[in-house]
Structures are given as C-alpha cells and as structure tokens.
Design a protein around this ligand. Structure first.
Ligand code: KIV
Length: 267
C-alpha cells in the first residue's frame, strides 16, 4: 500500500520538486490514478461539466460534490485528496463556508478543500483554516466568476491586474492556505507570484514556472473531440480507443461472435 500524502508533504515540496495534480470524480478512474505516480487528486467542481454535462461549474451542488468526493476517497488513494467547494457554498457567509468545508472532511474523507477568490473571501479562508481544515486557494480565471468576467478569459494581463493577483496571492498565504492554483494567467505573472510565495503554486494555463501543474483528467486523456483549450496537452486519445472498443463490441454482438464459448456458463 502506498503511503498517504499529506498537506504538509505538499507544502514541503516548495522549491524541491514539481507537484503533480489531476482531477478525479469517481472510483474507477481513481484506482488508475492510484497506480500512477500522482501527488494530489482534486475532486474539482469541473465535475459539473465533465460528469454532469453542464456548460459551466455554477450548477453543481454541495451534495453532488460530497458524492463525487466519497467516490474518490472510498478507493483509498495514496494521493492527497482535495474537495472543491462549489458556487455559493462559501461566498454567502463565514458560517456557511466553515460548515460546508467541514462536510468534505466529515462526510467525504477529504484532507483539504479548495475555494476560488482571494481578498474578497479572506474571512471565509481564515475561519476555515481556524477550524483546522486545510485550504487551497484559486486565483486567475476562477470559473465560478465566468459571468462576472464575461467569459472564460485569460486574467492578470497588464501591470495593474498582475499586481492585484499578487496582492491576492499574498493575502491568501497570510490567511493560511497551503497552496494556490493559478489558472489562465500569463507565464511571467505566474512566475512572479510563485517566486513571491513560500507556499506552492499549482498552474493550469499558467506556464512552466509554477511549483506544480493540474489538469482535468478527461482533458489530458483526450476524452473529448470538441473541448481542447490551448493549455491542455493530450497524453492519450481515449475517445478513439473507447469508441473503437465499443464499435468492436457492437459488431460482435450483431454478428453473434460475442459471447463466445469461453464467456458461457456450463450446466
Ligand atoms: O474544478 C476544477 O477541476 C479545477 C481545476 C481545473 C483547477 O478547479
């Protein structure tokens, strides 16, 4: 059995080695992830898109996130498991934030939570950390703000926006987060933020200078023909692999080649 990775392990990796993060939402994929050398599993609210077929992450509920996190943690992966706090589970009040963050640990066995935003949710972050729940921050293109941003756009372009991003990152660090996701920001900005912090940054569309990288599992496995953002590298083409297997199954069923003798029970 693999040794369980802790928040402290991730925190200590700053400046020592790159941190590898993928998303997962179910037990089948988590078992495969566990066979690979992955440091962190993020049960992202991207489950709303990837698993539930929604256009954005706004609709996913706390109960759905708890369900997906349970599906992941039941397989007991060695990677650190982080539950992603969904839209309106923490923005509404400090009390809501602590109660909902706590549900990820209490009901779903996560080791930490992630939430989006910096200074505007700093009281929530401080209160969750005070409750001994480790928090990962998320800055840059925070998908729960898609309508406020007017679309999925690269953030922190220009001197002032870059300065603001850094201020928010430093505020999160002061509030006690153990790591920060930087999403869709220029590589130079991500480098400056990474160099300014004592905690690791995890990039997605934020260039090579972050302390780690995160990708949505289905994106890196090439499971979609239609969704491929610029920052995604497809390490496999599972869409075609799975389709070919399904076509072969359909052909064999229709031709009567499956099931064969070896798939049948004897009297
Ligand atoms: O929900 C998610 O999957 C995320 C990562 C892509 C950072 O927030």
């Amino acid at each position: 059995m693999k040794q369980k990775i802790s928040v402290a392990d991730i925190r200590e990796k700053k400046g020592k080695g790159r941190i590898v993060v993928v998303t997962s939402y179910d037990s089948t994929m988590t078992r495969i992830i566990d066979a690979a050398d992955i440091d962190v599993i993020l049960v992202g609210d991207s489950a709303g898109n990837v698993m539930a077929g929604r256009d954005n992450t706004l609709g996913i509920t706390m109960d759905e996130m708890i369900y997906h996190t349970q599906c992941v943690t039941r397989t007991k992966p060695g990677a650190l498991v982080i539950g992603d706090m969904p839209f309106l589970s923490y923005q509404t009040s400090v009390e809501d934030a602590v109660r909902n963050a706590g549900r990820f640990l209490k009901e779903a066995d996560a080791q930490a939570v992630k939430l989006e935003g910096g200074i505007r949710v700093i009281e929530q972050v401080k209160a969750i950390v005070r409750a001994d729940i480790p928090v990962m921050g998320h800055l840059g293109l925070t998908p729960q703000s898609v309508h406020a941003f007017g679309g999925f756009k690269v953030q922190a372009r220009g001197e002032q926006a870059a300065r603001l991003l850094k201020e928010n990152a430093l505020a999160l660090q002061d509030a006690g987060v153990f790591s920060i996701v930087l999403e869709c920001v220029p590589a130079t900005v991500a480098k400056d933020v990474t160099d300014s912090l004592d905690i690791p940054t995890i990039g997605i569309g934020a260039g090579p200078h972050c302390d780690g990288q995160v990708l949505v599992l289905q994106d890196l496995l090439g499971m979609s023909k239609t969704f491929k953002p610029k920052f995604v590298k497809q390490y496999a083409n599972l869409f075609d692999v799975i389709k070919e297997a399904l076509d072969a199954y359909a052909t064999e069923v229709r031709e009567g080649a499956y099931p064969a003798q070896e798939h049948c029970f004897k009297d």
